[in-house]
Design a protein around this ligand. Structure first.
Ligand code: SF4
Length: 224
């Protein structure tokens, strides 16, 4: 297990690269935001829980019917997992997610008056949520400054030499040290977009990447 001291050590050159990374991301993805479709904090919370190990496209395809049937926590709190399952069957791990959604809606009603709390610890404690979900929901719904570290953000942080860690919490700590607080939410969305469009997990398209001039490409193996 990494010690706090180890978790706090930034890679060499990270402080020089960070502004270069931010500059390219701002020029390339000026309007970066979540690709999940939502109109209320409750819808964003539900969509984020559904997006675990599933694509945003698959979530966005299912949520219109789900939200039409259960527009808020009060409506969903009356549902059983079996009521919810048919509406999200096209999304991976739908049985467990249906259980979590029914439980989290009840908990929102019982403890928070049916509202999504603007409180990190309260969101983390909801069924099916976690640190990443809380960061995504609070940053998008309430402008809470956070850098949710998912698979794309973690991979790019390591390749770009901004963090050496695999633990998402440690990667988040490193990124928070390197970037201005008011850019954290943007950074999260822009790194995800760059991971999806250019810096792919298996075959990063370094030849087409605007960061190639300064990216150390940590762990990237040259393709055939
Ligand atoms: S240069 Fe390659 S490894 Fe670095 S961010 Fe771009 S695509 Fe990813």
């Amino acid at each position: 297990m990494s010690s706090p001291r180890r978790a706090s050590r930034l890679p060499a050159g990270a402080r020089t690269r960070a502004p270069q990374v931010l500059s390219v991301l701002q020029a390339t993805y000026p309007d970066a935001r979540t690709e999940l479709a939502f109109t209320t904090p409750f819808e964003l919370l539900v969509a984020t829980v559904l997006s675990a190990q599933a694509t945003d496209v698959s979530v966005n395809a299912a949520t219109p019917a789900l939200f039409a049937r259960y527009p808020d926590a009060h409506a969903m709190s009356a549902a059983t997992p079996e009521d919810i399952e048919p509406l999200i069957r096209s999304i991976g791990l739908y049985r467990g997610k249906a259980r979590n959604l029914a439980a989290l809606a009840r908990l929102l009603v019982e403890r928070h008056g049916g509202e999504v709390p603007n409180d990190f610890d309260a969101v983390v404690a909801l069924p099916g949520a976690g640190r990443k979900t809380a960061n995504v929901v609070l940053s998008n719904a309430y402008d809470y400054p956070a850098i949710a570290v998912d698979t794309h953000v973690g991979r790019l942080a390591r390749r770009l030499g901004l963090s050496t860690h695999t633990n998402p919490d440690h990667v988040e700590t490193d990124l928070q040290k390197l970037f201005p607080r008011d850019r954290w939410v943007f950074l999260h969305h822009a790194l995800i977009l760059h991971g999806r469009r250019v810096c792919h997990a298996r075959r990063p398209d370094c030849a087409a990447c605007d960061m190639a001039a300064f990216c150390p490409r940590v762990g990237v193996v040259a393709g055939p």
